[in-house]
Design a protein around this ligand. Sequence first.
Ligand code: ZN
Ligand code: ZN
Length: 370
Amino acid sequence: MSSNPSFTLRAVDDVVFEEKPIPQIRDDEVLVEVKKTGICGSDVHYLAHGRIGDFIVKDPMVLGHESAGVVYKVGSKVKRVKAGDRVAMEPGAGCRTCDYCKRGCYELCPDMVFAATPPYDGTLCRYYRLPADLVYPLPAGVSLEEGAMMEPLSVGVHSVSTLASLRASQTIAVFGCGPVGLVCMAVAKALGASRIVAVDIVPARLEFAKQYAATDVYLPPAPKEGETKLQFSERNAAAMKAALGIDGLDVVVDASGAEVSIQTGILMAKAGGTYVQVGMGAPQATLPIMALLTKQLTIKGSFRYGPGDYALAIALVGDGKIDVKPLITHRFSFEEAVKAFTATRAGKSEDGKGVIKAIISGPGVAISEN
Ligand SMILES: [Zn+2]
Ligand SMILES: [Zn+2]
């Protein structure tokens, strides 16, 4: 097809469908016809606030970065894939020459070209161009929708497998049962964790986590009048240990970004354990430094994903160790993109159904095409 309809953010709460030129590919690039795109909290954040931290939307930007599609055209040097292949699309291209790229942590590349992170256009369009090594053929039996889910799943793989190095029989707590928390639990289950504790303040979310991947759930008590956040977190951690009959956990992942979760999480980690921060929320937090120090904890920040993460995510789904389908709660046509964003932003659709992940089909792609 000779047109490239795109869903563009022009300013806060101002989106438009527009026609963009079809990208020209270089020798080592591929052009993918985008079929399915998941809506992420970050897309919604740009729509609602026009920025995330230092990333500020100054010029119109196509939204979307969690995508899968079918290879439409390949550059002359590309051997990895061919036209017609169904692929998951890793949406961030490092520069390949900086220190970080060269030492194998391209997620830290200062010149990363990342879809729908200003100033770069995202994937809610018909044709998206990317380096050939960033498209991953989907195993037979893995749908394009599941292919789009490889992006959030890779965030879970990066946090739980790559950074926390969770091993079989270890224990983990995940604070926050949104999409990122849930994929972290799914990865922990696939890696053979003996106990996976889901923590959230919304009982319905805990229920979902329990039937999806968690072995235990924990609902924190309400804060008391006059109690500081750290006092609450100490009380909360003590209650959580008592409720679970444990002294701590090998790995703690915070996927909530809430200050009290961060504090409680550090208090819940076992001596010698690992704490990973993947949730974006409170820009600053007071940390229980004594606990961190005397327990000799390893604390890691987790940003996107790096070498091997996409491949492992696809392998885990392809081998049936992770099922991402239950996380897809809503499906929209390209024309209904605004509706998809409204529902994701509200956390529920008009009919009251809670949104975990909403998927938007590409331009002219039927919702049933998969
Ligand atoms: Zn995302
Ligand atoms: Zn680089």
